[in-house]
Design a protein around this ligand. Sequence first.
Ligand SMILES: C[S@@+](CC[C@H](N)C(=O)[O-])C[C@H]1O[C@@H](n2cnc3c(N)ncnc32)[C@H](O)[C@@H]1O
Length: 78
Amino acid sequence: MRDSNQKRCASVKYVGLDVEGEFKEQWFSRRARNLRFKKADARTFDGYENLSLVFSLFTLQFLPEKDRLALVTKIYED
Ligand SMILES: C[S@@+](CC[C@H](N)C(=O)[O-])C[C@H]1O[C@@H](n2cnc3c(N)ncnc32)[C@H](O)[C@@H]1O
């Protein structure tokens, strides 16, 4: 997503989340000045303020069903 959007809007900052640190190898292969990754649980992450867009790439469906609406509500309200 960052690569596709970079030419059009170079000032965007990207944050990727995953609760598992095992994906770190993937993160390092995608290094860029305006892209950072955090090991964090999306349900308790406290950095949703002032974001223009939040999207889940095959992540929301890995959360227990009971937690999904609360997470989307939290993102909307933060
Ligand atoms: C199918 S993988 C997708 C990984 C990555 N988004 C991608 O597209 O390559 C699903 C990911 O959801 C992550 N995940 C599951 N529960 C999570 C949570 N509560 N907070 C953040 N990430 C979570 C898992 O660790 C796993 O890496």
